[in-house]
Design a protein around this ligand. Structure first.
Ligand code: ADP
Ligand code: MG
Length: 585
Protein backbone atom coordinates (compact mmCIF):
# COMPACT_ATOMS: atom_id res chain seq x y z
CA UNK A 1 0.00 0.00 0.00
CA UNK A 2 1.25 3.43 -0.85
CA UNK A 3 1.63 5.94 1.95
CA UNK A 4 -0.93 8.66 2.06
CA UNK A 5 0.46 11.92 0.77
CA UNK A 6 -1.04 15.24 1.71
CA UNK A 7 -1.19 17.62 -1.23
CA UNK A 8 -1.85 21.29 -0.94
CA UNK A 9 -4.13 21.99 -3.89
CA UNK A 10 -3.10 24.76 -6.20
CA UNK A 11 -5.40 27.75 -6.46
CA UNK A 12 -6.20 26.62 -9.98
CA UNK A 13 -7.54 23.26 -8.77
CA UNK A 14 -9.33 24.89 -5.84
CA UNK A 15 -11.07 27.21 -8.27
CA UNK A 16 -12.04 24.35 -10.53
CA UNK A 17 -13.56 22.47 -7.62
CA UNK A 18 -15.41 25.57 -6.48
CA UNK A 19 -16.52 26.12 -10.04
CA UNK A 20 -18.49 22.91 -9.86
CA UNK A 21 -20.60 24.48 -7.16
CA UNK A 22 -21.01 27.96 -8.53
CA UNK A 23 -21.03 27.15 -12.20
CA UNK A 24 -23.07 24.05 -12.66
CA UNK A 25 -24.01 24.70 -16.26
CA UNK A 26 -24.19 27.51 -18.82
CA UNK A 27 -27.31 28.94 -17.20
CA UNK A 28 -25.33 29.50 -13.99
CA UNK A 29 -22.82 31.63 -15.90
CA UNK A 30 -25.66 33.67 -17.37
CA UNK A 31 -27.07 34.16 -13.90
CA UNK A 32 -23.78 35.38 -12.44
CA UNK A 33 -23.16 37.79 -15.29
CA UNK A 34 -26.71 39.13 -15.15
CA UNK A 35 -26.37 39.63 -11.42
CA UNK A 36 -23.22 41.65 -11.99
CA UNK A 37 -24.91 43.81 -14.63
CA UNK A 38 -27.85 44.44 -12.32
CA UNK A 39 -25.50 45.28 -9.45
CA UNK A 40 -23.82 47.76 -11.79
CA UNK A 41 -27.21 49.51 -12.08
CA UNK A 42 -27.63 48.78 -15.77
CA UNK A 43 -31.00 49.47 -17.35
CA UNK A 44 -30.09 47.94 -20.69
CA UNK A 45 -28.76 44.40 -20.94
CA UNK A 46 -28.01 42.32 -24.01
CA UNK A 47 -27.45 38.62 -23.88
CA UNK A 48 -25.88 36.56 -26.63
CA UNK A 49 -25.78 32.80 -26.49
CA UNK A 50 -24.30 30.28 -28.91
CA UNK A 51 -24.68 26.52 -28.79
CA UNK A 52 -26.62 26.56 -25.55
CA UNK A 53 -23.94 28.75 -24.01
CA UNK A 54 -21.19 26.19 -24.45
CA UNK A 55 -19.58 28.06 -27.28
CA UNK A 56 -20.40 31.58 -26.16
CA UNK A 57 -22.16 33.57 -23.49
CA UNK A 58 -21.83 37.30 -23.82
CA UNK A 59 -23.56 39.83 -21.64
CA UNK A 60 -23.33 43.56 -22.24
CA UNK A 61 -24.68 46.20 -19.94
CA UNK A 62 -24.78 49.96 -19.70
CA UNK A 63 -23.97 49.99 -15.99
CA UNK A 64 -21.32 51.97 -14.14
CA UNK A 65 -18.46 50.00 -15.65
CA UNK A 66 -15.20 48.90 -14.02
CA UNK A 67 -12.35 51.33 -13.30
CA UNK A 68 -9.17 50.52 -15.21
CA UNK A 69 -7.15 49.87 -12.07
CA UNK A 70 -9.70 47.29 -10.87
CA UNK A 71 -9.84 45.32 -14.09
CA UNK A 72 -6.92 42.99 -13.36
CA UNK A 73 -8.37 42.23 -9.94
CA UNK A 74 -11.97 41.34 -10.62
CA UNK A 75 -10.84 37.83 -11.55
CA UNK A 76 -9.06 37.20 -8.30
CA UNK A 77 -10.88 34.91 -5.90
CA UNK A 78 -12.81 36.63 -3.13
CA UNK A 79 -12.47 40.01 -4.74
CA UNK A 80 -15.61 42.04 -4.67
CA UNK A 81 -16.58 45.67 -4.59
CA UNK A 82 -19.82 44.83 -2.81
CA UNK A 83 -18.92 43.94 0.74
CA UNK A 84 -16.04 44.62 3.00
CA UNK A 85 -16.97 43.11 6.33
CA UNK A 86 -19.13 40.11 7.13
CA UNK A 87 -21.68 42.44 8.76
CA UNK A 88 -22.21 44.02 5.36
CA UNK A 89 -24.20 40.93 4.47
CA UNK A 90 -26.87 42.19 6.85
CA UNK A 91 -27.58 45.22 4.74
CA UNK A 92 -26.80 43.68 1.40
CA UNK A 93 -29.14 44.34 -1.44
CA UNK A 94 -26.76 43.51 -4.28
CA UNK A 95 -27.01 40.18 -6.07
CA UNK A 96 -23.34 39.28 -5.70
CA UNK A 97 -21.14 39.50 -2.64
CA UNK A 98 -18.71 36.59 -2.57
CA UNK A 99 -16.43 37.83 -5.30
CA UNK A 100 -16.06 34.33 -6.66
CA UNK A 101 -18.12 34.28 -9.83
CA UNK A 102 -15.62 35.79 -12.21
CA UNK A 103 -12.71 33.90 -10.70
CA UNK A 104 -14.46 30.55 -10.98
CA UNK A 105 -15.85 31.21 -14.45
CA UNK A 106 -12.34 32.18 -15.52
CA UNK A 107 -11.00 28.90 -14.22
CA UNK A 108 -13.25 26.90 -16.55
CA UNK A 109 -13.52 29.02 -19.70
CA UNK A 110 -11.91 31.75 -21.79
CA UNK A 111 -13.03 35.13 -20.57
CA UNK A 112 -12.76 38.65 -22.03
CA UNK A 113 -14.00 41.74 -20.30
CA UNK A 114 -14.37 45.11 -21.98
CA UNK A 115 -15.52 47.90 -19.78
CA UNK A 116 -15.73 51.64 -19.66
CA UNK A 117 -16.09 53.15 -16.23
CA UNK A 118 -18.40 56.10 -15.85
CA UNK A 119 -15.63 58.43 -14.65
CA UNK A 120 -13.04 57.46 -17.23
CA UNK A 121 -12.69 58.74 -20.80
CA UNK A 122 -11.87 55.49 -22.49
CA UNK A 123 -12.66 51.82 -22.17
CA UNK A 124 -10.33 48.93 -21.53
CA UNK A 125 -10.14 45.29 -22.45
CA UNK A 126 -8.65 42.42 -20.51
CA UNK A 127 -8.47 38.77 -21.41
CA UNK A 128 -8.26 35.93 -19.00
CA UNK A 129 -7.61 32.24 -19.02
CA UNK A 130 -6.67 29.73 -16.37
CA UNK A 131 -2.98 30.50 -16.90
CA UNK A 132 -3.36 34.12 -15.94
CA UNK A 133 -4.26 37.48 -17.30
CA UNK A 134 -3.24 39.29 -20.42
CA UNK A 135 -2.45 42.99 -20.37
CA UNK A 136 -5.08 45.61 -19.96
CA UNK A 137 -5.38 47.57 -23.20
CA UNK A 138 -7.41 50.56 -24.21
CA UNK A 139 -10.47 49.84 -26.28
CA UNK A 140 -13.35 51.81 -27.69
CA UNK A 141 -16.48 51.21 -25.64
CA UNK A 142 -19.58 53.04 -24.51
CA UNK A 143 -20.21 53.19 -20.79
CA UNK A 144 -20.81 49.79 -19.33
CA UNK A 145 -19.36 46.32 -19.41
CA UNK A 146 -19.29 43.38 -21.79
CA UNK A 147 -18.27 40.01 -20.45
CA UNK A 148 -17.56 37.32 -23.01
CA UNK A 149 -17.31 33.70 -21.88
CA UNK A 150 -16.20 31.17 -24.46
CA UNK A 151 -15.70 27.45 -24.45
CA UNK A 152 -17.20 26.72 -21.09
CA UNK A 153 -15.68 23.71 -19.29
CA UNK A 154 -13.14 23.23 -22.09
CA UNK A 155 -10.66 22.10 -19.46
CA UNK A 156 -13.06 19.88 -17.48
CA UNK A 157 -14.26 17.27 -19.97
CA UNK A 158 -16.07 15.33 -17.26
CA UNK A 159 -18.27 18.29 -16.48
CA UNK A 160 -18.86 19.01 -20.12
CA UNK A 161 -20.01 15.45 -20.66
CA UNK A 162 -22.51 15.80 -17.87
CA UNK A 163 -24.25 18.68 -19.61
CA UNK A 164 -27.34 18.15 -21.71
CA UNK A 165 -27.64 18.93 -25.40
CA UNK A 166 -27.27 22.53 -26.57
CA UNK A 167 -31.05 22.99 -27.02
CA UNK A 168 -31.67 21.78 -23.47
CA UNK A 169 -28.98 24.03 -22.04
CA UNK A 170 -30.43 26.89 -24.04
CA UNK A 171 -33.88 26.17 -22.62
CA UNK A 172 -32.46 26.34 -19.12
CA UNK A 173 -30.86 29.68 -19.93
CA UNK A 174 -34.11 30.92 -21.41
CA UNK A 175 -36.11 29.87 -18.36
CA UNK A 176 -33.67 31.63 -16.10
CA UNK A 177 -33.71 34.78 -18.23
CA UNK A 178 -37.49 34.86 -18.13
CA UNK A 179 -37.36 35.04 -14.36
CA UNK A 180 -35.12 38.08 -14.54
CA UNK A 181 -37.28 39.64 -17.25
CA UNK A 182 -40.28 39.37 -14.97
CA UNK A 183 -38.71 40.86 -11.89
CA UNK A 184 -36.75 43.64 -13.63
CA UNK A 185 -39.33 45.49 -15.72
CA UNK A 186 -37.16 48.59 -15.35
CA UNK A 187 -34.48 47.01 -17.54
CA UNK A 188 -34.64 46.59 -21.30
CA UNK A 189 -33.39 43.23 -22.48
CA UNK A 190 -32.29 41.84 -25.80
CA UNK A 191 -31.57 38.20 -26.41
CA UNK A 192 -29.63 36.81 -29.33
CA UNK A 193 -29.44 33.07 -29.96
CA UNK A 194 -26.90 31.64 -32.40
CA UNK A 195 -26.57 34.96 -34.17
CA UNK A 196 -30.29 35.80 -34.37
CA UNK A 197 -32.26 38.17 -32.20
CA UNK A 198 -35.04 36.23 -30.53
CA UNK A 199 -36.41 38.68 -28.03
CA UNK A 200 -36.41 42.38 -27.32
CA UNK A 201 -38.13 43.85 -24.29
CA UNK A 202 -38.47 47.56 -23.68
CA UNK A 203 -37.98 48.89 -20.20
CA UNK A 204 -41.23 49.82 -18.53
CA UNK A 205 -39.99 52.99 -16.96
CA UNK A 206 -42.74 53.53 -14.43
CA UNK A 207 -41.77 50.30 -12.73
CA UNK A 208 -38.89 49.84 -10.35
CA UNK A 209 -36.68 46.80 -9.98
CA UNK A 210 -38.63 44.13 -8.15
CA UNK A 211 -42.03 45.55 -9.11
CA UNK A 212 -43.52 42.73 -11.08
CA UNK A 213 -45.74 44.14 -13.79
CA UNK A 214 -48.59 42.60 -15.64
CA UNK A 215 -47.40 43.70 -19.07
CA UNK A 216 -44.07 41.91 -18.75
CA UNK A 217 -45.70 38.77 -17.42
CA UNK A 218 -48.13 38.81 -20.33
CA UNK A 219 -45.34 39.49 -22.80
CA UNK A 220 -43.16 36.67 -21.55
CA UNK A 221 -45.55 33.99 -20.47
CA UNK A 222 -48.65 35.02 -22.38
CA UNK A 223 -50.38 34.90 -19.05
CA UNK A 224 -53.20 37.33 -18.49
CA UNK A 225 -55.67 35.60 -16.23
CA UNK A 226 -54.06 37.12 -13.20
CA UNK A 227 -54.96 38.38 -9.79
CA UNK A 228 -52.81 41.10 -8.25
CA UNK A 229 -51.10 40.26 -4.98
CA UNK A 230 -50.13 43.08 -2.67
CA UNK A 231 -49.08 43.23 0.95
CA UNK A 232 -47.33 45.78 3.07
CA UNK A 233 -46.82 45.30 6.76
CA UNK A 234 -44.56 43.88 9.45
CA UNK A 235 -41.52 45.00 7.48
CA UNK A 236 -42.52 42.78 4.56
CA UNK A 237 -43.65 44.04 1.17
CA UNK A 238 -45.09 41.58 -1.29
CA UNK A 239 -46.03 42.33 -4.85
CA UNK A 240 -46.85 40.27 -7.86
CA UNK A 241 -49.52 38.30 -9.62
CA UNK A 242 -50.98 34.89 -9.40
CA UNK A 243 -53.33 32.91 -11.54
CA UNK A 244 -57.05 33.39 -11.37
CA UNK A 245 -58.52 30.22 -9.86
CA UNK A 246 -60.12 29.47 -13.21
CA UNK A 247 -56.67 29.19 -14.80
CA UNK A 248 -55.74 26.15 -12.77
CA UNK A 249 -53.78 23.32 -14.34
CA UNK A 250 -52.39 20.09 -13.05
CA UNK A 251 -48.89 20.67 -14.39
CA UNK A 252 -46.52 22.97 -16.27
CA UNK A 253 -47.27 25.91 -14.09
CA UNK A 254 -44.84 28.77 -13.53
CA UNK A 255 -44.16 29.35 -9.89
CA UNK A 256 -41.72 32.20 -9.62
CA UNK A 257 -40.58 33.48 -6.29
CA UNK A 258 -38.17 36.36 -5.77
CA UNK A 259 -36.81 37.81 -2.59
CA UNK A 260 -35.44 41.33 -2.92
CA UNK A 261 -35.33 40.80 -6.68
CA UNK A 262 -33.41 37.56 -6.42
CA UNK A 263 -34.94 34.42 -7.95
CA UNK A 264 -35.11 31.78 -5.24
CA UNK A 265 -36.54 28.36 -4.55
CA UNK A 266 -38.48 28.06 -1.36
CA UNK A 267 -41.00 25.31 -0.84
CA UNK A 268 -42.39 27.05 2.22
CA UNK A 269 -43.34 30.06 0.15
CA UNK A 270 -44.96 27.89 -2.49
CA UNK A 271 -46.89 26.06 0.18
CA UNK A 272 -48.00 29.37 1.66
CA UNK A 273 -49.33 30.49 -1.71
CA UNK A 274 -51.40 27.31 -1.95
CA UNK A 275 -52.61 27.76 1.60
CA UNK A 276 -53.95 31.06 0.38
CA UNK A 277 -55.68 29.28 -2.48
CA UNK A 278 -56.95 26.43 -0.40
CA UNK A 279 -60.59 27.36 -0.69
CA UNK A 280 -60.38 28.29 -4.33
CA UNK A 281 -58.57 25.53 -6.13
CA UNK A 282 -59.72 22.04 -7.00
CA UNK A 283 -57.82 19.25 -5.41
CA UNK A 284 -54.21 18.93 -6.55
CA UNK A 285 -54.47 21.71 -9.09
CA UNK A 286 -51.91 24.47 -9.52
CA UNK A 287 -51.75 28.01 -10.80
CA UNK A 288 -49.02 30.26 -12.09
CA UNK A 289 -47.61 32.83 -9.75
CA UNK A 290 -44.98 35.53 -9.87
CA UNK A 291 -44.24 36.98 -6.48
CA UNK A 292 -41.52 39.25 -5.18
CA UNK A 293 -40.97 39.70 -1.47
CA UNK A 294 -39.09 42.76 -0.32
CA UNK A 295 -37.75 42.34 3.14
CA UNK A 296 -35.09 43.96 5.28
CA UNK A 297 -31.88 42.14 4.32
CA UNK A 298 -31.09 41.69 8.00
CA UNK A 299 -33.96 39.22 8.17
CA UNK A 300 -32.73 36.90 5.44
CA UNK A 301 -29.56 34.97 4.96
CA UNK A 302 -28.67 34.84 1.28
CA UNK A 303 -25.42 33.06 1.91
CA UNK A 304 -26.71 29.51 2.33
CA UNK A 305 -26.47 28.14 -1.19
CA UNK A 306 -23.47 28.08 -3.56
CA UNK A 307 -25.51 29.51 -6.41
CA UNK A 308 -27.60 31.68 -4.09
CA UNK A 309 -30.76 29.91 -5.24
CA UNK A 310 -32.00 29.34 -1.74
CA UNK A 311 -32.21 31.67 1.18
CA UNK A 312 -33.04 31.40 4.83
CA UNK A 313 -35.47 33.66 6.61
CA UNK A 314 -34.94 34.63 10.18
CA UNK A 315 -38.62 34.17 10.81
CA UNK A 316 -40.05 32.09 7.97
CA UNK A 317 -43.51 31.80 9.45
CA UNK A 318 -43.99 35.53 9.43
CA UNK A 319 -43.24 35.51 5.72
CA UNK A 320 -45.42 32.51 5.06
CA UNK A 321 -48.40 33.91 6.86
CA UNK A 322 -47.98 37.26 5.10
CA UNK A 323 -48.03 35.46 1.77
CA UNK A 324 -51.00 33.33 2.66
CA UNK A 325 -52.87 36.40 3.83
CA UNK A 326 -51.95 38.40 0.73
CA UNK A 327 -53.13 35.62 -1.57
CA UNK A 328 -56.35 35.06 0.36
CA UNK A 329 -57.07 38.75 0.39
CA UNK A 330 -56.44 39.08 -3.34
CA UNK A 331 -58.71 36.15 -4.12
CA UNK A 332 -61.47 37.33 -1.84
CA UNK A 333 -61.34 40.73 -3.43
CA UNK A 334 -61.26 39.36 -6.95
CA UNK A 335 -63.99 36.83 -6.50
CA UNK A 336 -66.30 38.93 -4.42
CA UNK A 337 -66.00 41.63 -7.04
CA UNK A 338 -67.23 39.15 -9.60
CA UNK A 339 -69.94 38.00 -7.31
CA UNK A 340 -71.08 41.59 -6.87
CA UNK A 341 -70.94 42.31 -10.54
CA UNK A 342 -73.32 39.48 -11.29
CA UNK A 343 -75.07 40.20 -8.01
CA UNK A 344 -77.54 37.62 -6.94
CA UNK A 345 -77.01 34.41 -8.92
CA UNK A 346 -73.71 33.46 -7.41
CA UNK A 347 -74.71 34.54 -3.98
CA UNK A 348 -77.77 32.39 -4.35
CA UNK A 349 -75.68 29.59 -5.64
CA UNK A 350 -73.54 29.84 -2.60
CA UNK A 351 -76.67 29.64 -0.50
CA UNK A 352 -77.99 26.64 -2.33
CA UNK A 353 -74.58 25.05 -2.17
CA UNK A 354 -74.61 25.36 1.56
CA UNK A 355 -78.02 23.84 1.91
CA UNK A 356 -77.72 20.87 -0.36
CA UNK A 357 -81.48 20.12 -0.16
CA UNK A 358 -82.02 22.72 -2.85
CA UNK A 359 -79.82 20.93 -5.29
CA UNK A 360 -82.32 21.26 -8.12
CA UNK A 361 -82.15 24.99 -8.16
CA UNK A 362 -78.44 24.62 -8.03
CA UNK A 363 -78.23 22.71 -11.27
CA UNK A 364 -80.61 24.95 -13.15
CA UNK A 365 -78.56 27.97 -12.24
CA UNK A 366 -75.38 26.30 -13.26
CA UNK A 367 -76.14 26.74 -16.94
CA UNK A 368 -75.96 30.47 -16.62
CA UNK A 369 -72.27 30.58 -15.85
CA UNK A 370 -69.90 31.35 -18.65
CA UNK A 371 -66.23 30.40 -18.62
CA UNK A 372 -65.13 33.08 -16.25
CA UNK A 373 -67.71 32.21 -13.72
CA UNK A 374 -67.10 28.54 -14.04
CA UNK A 375 -64.05 29.24 -11.92
CA UNK A 376 -66.24 30.44 -9.14
CA UNK A 377 -68.45 27.48 -9.66
CA UNK A 378 -65.39 25.31 -9.38
CA UNK A 379 -64.15 27.10 -6.36
CA UNK A 380 -67.48 26.71 -4.66
CA UNK A 381 -67.85 23.13 -5.67
CA UNK A 382 -64.44 22.28 -4.47
CA UNK A 383 -64.45 24.45 -1.43
CA UNK A 384 -66.42 21.87 0.47
CA UNK A 385 -63.95 19.13 -0.21
CA UNK A 386 -60.98 21.41 0.25
CA UNK A 387 -62.29 22.85 3.48
CA UNK A 388 -62.49 19.56 5.25
CA UNK A 389 -58.76 19.15 4.99
CA UNK A 390 -57.33 22.55 4.34
CA UNK A 391 -58.52 23.96 7.57
CA UNK A 392 -55.98 21.67 9.13
CA UNK A 393 -53.60 22.93 6.55
CA UNK A 394 -52.86 20.16 4.10
CA UNK A 395 -54.49 19.14 0.87
CA UNK A 396 -54.12 15.47 0.12
CA UNK A 397 -53.74 13.99 -3.32
CA UNK A 398 -53.43 10.36 -2.32
CA UNK A 399 -53.75 8.36 0.83
CA UNK A 400 -53.26 4.65 1.20
CA UNK A 401 -52.00 1.96 3.51
CA UNK A 402 -48.98 -0.30 3.15
CA UNK A 403 -48.03 -3.50 5.03
CA UNK A 404 -51.18 -3.01 7.10
CA UNK A 405 -49.24 -0.70 9.36
CA UNK A 406 -48.18 2.47 7.57
CA UNK A 407 -50.29 5.18 5.98
CA UNK A 408 -48.75 6.88 2.99
CA UNK A 409 -49.99 10.37 2.16
CA UNK A 410 -49.10 12.33 -0.93
CA UNK A 411 -49.82 16.03 -0.58
CA UNK A 412 -50.52 18.32 -3.49
CA UNK A 413 -47.43 20.36 -2.72
CA UNK A 414 -45.15 17.42 -3.35
CA UNK A 415 -44.59 16.31 0.18
CA UNK A 416 -44.97 12.71 1.18
CA UNK A 417 -45.67 11.46 4.69
CA UNK A 418 -45.39 7.95 5.92
CA UNK A 419 -47.31 7.58 9.16
CA UNK A 420 -46.91 4.72 11.58
CA UNK A 421 -50.58 4.06 12.27
CA UNK A 422 -50.13 2.69 15.75
CA UNK A 423 -47.66 5.34 16.86
CA UNK A 424 -50.05 7.96 15.50
CA UNK A 425 -53.04 6.49 17.32
CA UNK A 426 -51.03 6.33 20.54
CA UNK A 427 -50.06 9.98 20.19
CA UNK A 428 -53.64 11.03 19.47
CA UNK A 429 -55.06 9.13 22.44
CA UNK A 430 -52.28 10.24 24.71
CA UNK A 431 -53.05 13.87 24.01
CA UNK A 432 -56.77 13.23 24.33
CA UNK A 433 -56.30 11.75 27.78
CA UNK A 434 -53.80 14.41 28.75
CA UNK A 435 -56.12 17.23 27.76
CA UNK A 436 -59.22 15.75 29.37
CA UNK A 437 -59.67 18.91 31.41
CA UNK A 438 -59.95 21.09 28.32
CA UNK A 439 -62.04 18.64 26.42
CA UNK A 440 -63.80 15.91 28.34
CA UNK A 441 -62.98 12.37 27.33
CA UNK A 442 -65.53 10.23 25.60
CA UNK A 443 -66.39 7.52 28.12
CA UNK A 444 -68.38 4.34 27.67
CA UNK A 445 -70.07 2.54 30.54
CA UNK A 446 -70.02 -1.20 30.20
CA UNK A 447 -73.46 -2.71 30.32
CA UNK A 448 -72.07 -5.86 31.83
CA UNK A 449 -69.06 -5.13 34.06
CA UNK A 450 -65.91 -6.97 33.04
CA UNK A 451 -64.34 -8.86 35.93
CA UNK A 452 -60.60 -9.20 36.15
CA UNK A 453 -58.65 -11.24 38.65
CA UNK A 454 -55.75 -9.61 40.51
CA UNK A 455 -53.49 -10.49 43.43
CA UNK A 456 -53.96 -8.91 46.84
CA UNK A 457 -51.03 -6.57 46.33
CA UNK A 458 -52.40 -5.49 42.96
CA UNK A 459 -55.85 -4.96 44.44
CA UNK A 460 -54.39 -2.68 47.10
CA UNK A 461 -52.64 -0.68 44.43
CA UNK A 462 -55.82 -0.41 42.38
CA UNK A 463 -57.75 0.68 45.44
CA UNK A 464 -55.20 3.35 46.30
CA UNK A 465 -55.18 4.93 42.83
CA UNK A 466 -58.81 4.36 41.98
CA UNK A 467 -59.57 8.05 41.60
CA UNK A 468 -56.64 8.58 39.27
CA UNK A 469 -57.94 5.87 36.96
CA UNK A 470 -61.48 7.16 37.27
CA UNK A 471 -60.21 10.56 36.22
CA UNK A 472 -58.95 9.10 32.95
CA UNK A 473 -62.19 7.26 32.35
CA UNK A 474 -61.33 3.84 33.77
CA UNK A 475 -63.84 3.22 36.52
CA UNK A 476 -63.91 0.04 38.56
CA UNK A 477 -65.04 -1.51 41.83
CA UNK A 478 -62.41 -3.39 43.79
CA UNK A 479 -63.71 -6.79 44.86
CA UNK A 480 -62.22 -9.56 46.92
CA UNK A 481 -61.04 -11.39 43.77
CA UNK A 482 -59.96 -8.43 41.63
CA UNK A 483 -61.94 -5.65 39.97
CA UNK A 484 -65.17 -5.16 38.06
CA UNK A 485 -64.65 -2.61 35.30
CA UNK A 486 -67.63 -0.29 34.96
CA UNK A 487 -66.48 2.16 32.31
CA UNK A 488 -63.64 2.82 29.87
CA UNK A 489 -62.62 5.74 27.69
CA UNK A 490 -64.06 4.97 24.28
CA UNK A 491 -60.59 4.94 22.70
CA UNK A 492 -59.99 1.87 24.87
CA UNK A 493 -63.30 0.16 24.63
CA UNK A 494 -61.97 -2.75 22.63
CA UNK A 495 -58.72 -2.99 24.52
CA UNK A 496 -57.57 -5.94 26.52
CA UNK A 497 -57.78 -4.32 29.95
CA UNK A 498 -56.15 -7.18 31.77
CA UNK A 499 -53.02 -6.80 29.64
CA UNK A 500 -53.24 -3.05 30.08
CA UNK A 501 -53.12 -3.29 33.88
CA UNK A 502 -50.35 -5.87 33.77
CA UNK A 503 -48.31 -3.44 31.72
CA UNK A 504 -49.02 -0.62 34.12
CA UNK A 505 -47.88 -2.78 37.04
CA UNK A 506 -44.65 -3.40 35.16
CA UNK A 507 -43.79 0.25 34.64
CA UNK A 508 -41.58 0.07 37.73
CA UNK A 509 -39.59 -2.91 39.01
CA UNK A 510 -42.30 -3.66 41.53
CA UNK A 511 -45.57 -2.27 42.79
CA UNK A 512 -43.99 -0.69 45.85
CA UNK A 513 -41.70 1.47 43.79
CA UNK A 514 -44.53 2.29 41.40
CA UNK A 515 -46.60 3.48 44.35
CA UNK A 516 -43.78 5.63 45.64
CA UNK A 517 -43.04 7.10 42.25
CA UNK A 518 -46.65 7.32 41.17
CA UNK A 519 -46.64 11.05 40.53
CA UNK A 520 -43.50 10.85 38.47
CA UNK A 521 -44.88 7.87 36.54
CA UNK A 522 -48.24 9.34 35.65
CA UNK A 523 -47.14 10.24 32.14
CA UNK A 524 -45.83 6.71 31.64
CA UNK A 525 -49.16 5.33 32.76
CA UNK A 526 -50.99 7.58 30.34
CA UNK A 527 -48.64 6.46 27.56
CA UNK A 528 -49.36 2.83 28.43
CA UNK A 529 -53.09 3.47 28.42
CA UNK A 530 -52.81 5.33 25.11
CA UNK A 531 -50.91 2.39 23.69
CA UNK A 532 -53.92 0.13 24.20
CA UNK A 533 -55.92 1.81 21.51
CA UNK A 534 -58.18 0.45 18.89
CA UNK A 535 -55.78 1.05 16.01
CA UNK A 536 -52.90 -1.36 16.06
CA UNK A 537 -50.18 -2.35 13.71
CA UNK A 538 -51.31 -5.11 11.33
CA UNK A 539 -54.81 -3.78 11.09
CA UNK A 540 -56.40 -2.85 7.78
CA UNK A 541 -57.80 0.67 7.71
CA UNK A 542 -60.36 2.09 5.37
CA UNK A 543 -60.16 5.50 3.72
CA UNK A 544 -62.24 7.18 6.39
CA UNK A 545 -60.14 5.75 9.19
CA UNK A 546 -56.93 6.88 7.51
CA UNK A 547 -58.27 10.36 6.95
CA UNK A 548 -59.43 10.65 10.54
CA UNK A 549 -56.13 9.44 11.84
CA UNK A 550 -54.28 11.97 9.69
CA UNK A 551 -56.51 14.83 10.70
CA UNK A 552 -56.42 14.00 14.38
CA UNK A 553 -52.68 13.58 14.24
CA UNK A 554 -52.29 16.92 12.46
CA UNK A 555 -54.07 18.67 15.26
CA UNK A 556 -51.88 17.12 17.95
CA UNK A 557 -49.49 19.36 19.75
CA UNK A 558 -46.62 17.07 18.99
CA UNK A 559 -47.57 14.89 16.05
CA UNK A 560 -44.05 13.73 15.37
CA UNK A 561 -43.64 11.00 17.91
CA UNK A 562 -45.62 8.54 19.91
CA UNK A 563 -45.68 9.10 23.69
CA UNK A 564 -42.83 6.61 24.07
CA UNK A 565 -40.75 8.77 21.76
CA UNK A 566 -40.79 6.64 18.64
CA UNK A 567 -41.33 8.59 15.43
CA UNK A 568 -44.89 8.76 14.17
CA UNK A 569 -44.28 10.57 10.87
CA UNK A 570 -41.58 10.16 8.30
CA UNK A 571 -41.59 13.23 6.13
CA UNK A 572 -40.29 13.08 2.60
CA UNK A 573 -40.46 15.47 -0.30
CA UNK A 574 -40.44 14.88 -3.99
CA UNK A 575 -37.11 16.64 -4.00
CA UNK A 576 -35.62 14.21 -1.50
CA UNK A 577 -36.93 11.29 -3.49
CA UNK A 578 -35.61 12.77 -6.73
CA UNK A 579 -32.23 13.28 -5.11
CA UNK A 580 -32.23 9.70 -4.03
CA UNK A 581 -32.64 8.68 -7.65
CA UNK A 582 -30.11 11.28 -8.74
CA UNK A 583 -32.76 12.99 -10.74
CA UNK A 584 -32.33 16.69 -11.36
CA UNK A 585 -35.70 17.44 -12.87
P1 ADP B 1 -19.34 39.65 -6.79
O1 ADP B 1 -20.45 39.92 -7.75
O2 ADP B 1 -19.70 38.66 -5.75
O3 ADP B 1 -18.74 40.91 -6.24
P2 ADP B 1 -17.93 38.71 -9.11
O4 ADP B 1 -16.81 37.78 -9.26
O5 ADP B 1 -19.22 38.38 -9.79
O6 ADP B 1 -18.17 38.92 -7.58
O7 ADP B 1 -17.46 40.13 -9.60
C1 ADP B 1 -16.30 40.71 -9.04
C2 ADP B 1 -16.35 42.21 -9.15
O8 ADP B 1 -16.22 42.61 -10.50
C3 ADP B 1 -17.62 42.85 -8.69
O9 ADP B 1 -17.64 43.04 -7.30
C4 ADP B 1 -17.63 44.15 -9.45
O10 ADP B 1 -16.86 45.11 -8.78
C5 ADP B 1 -16.94 43.81 -10.74
N1 ADP B 1 -17.88 43.54 -11.85
C6 ADP B 1 -18.16 42.34 -12.39
N2 ADP B 1 -19.05 42.46 -13.41
C7 ADP B 1 -19.33 43.78 -13.50
C8 ADP B 1 -20.20 44.55 -14.36
N3 ADP B 1 -20.95 43.99 -15.31
N4 ADP B 1 -20.23 45.90 -14.17
C9 ADP B 1 -19.48 46.48 -13.21
N5 ADP B 1 -18.67 45.80 -12.38
C10 ADP B 1 -18.57 44.47 -12.52
MG1 MG C 1 -21.24 38.61 -9.07
Amino acid sequence: MSKPVLNKLSQEVVNQIAAGEVVERPASVVKELLDNAIDAKADRIEIKVKEGGLELIEISDNGVGIPKRNLPEIFLPHTTSKINRIEDLNTLLSMGFRGEALSTITSVSKVHVISKYEDEGIGNIIMFNEKGQSDVRSAAKEQGTTVRVENLFYNIPARRKYLKSAPTEYRKIYELLNRYFVVYPNISFKLEKDGKEVLSLDAISKHKAGEICKERVAEIYGDDELVEIKYDGNGIRINGYSGHPSSHKSKNTKQLVFVNGRPVMDRGIMRAVYEGYSRYLPFGEKVNFYINIDINPELVDVNVHPRKEEIRFENPFRIYSAIEEAVKHALNKELSFQIDSTSSPIAQRRESFNSSSESKEYTTREIKFDKQYSSIKDSLLFSKEALTVSEEGDAIRNIFQIFDKYIVIEFVDERLWVIDQHAAAERINFEKIQKREERPLDIQSLLVPTSLIFSKEERLFLEEFKSFFQDIGIEYDVKEYGIDILSLPSVLSTANTEALFKEIFEISDNLDTLKKEFNKKKEDILATVACHTSIRSGQKLNYEEMRNLFEELSSCENPYSCPHGRPAIWKLTREKIDTNFERTY
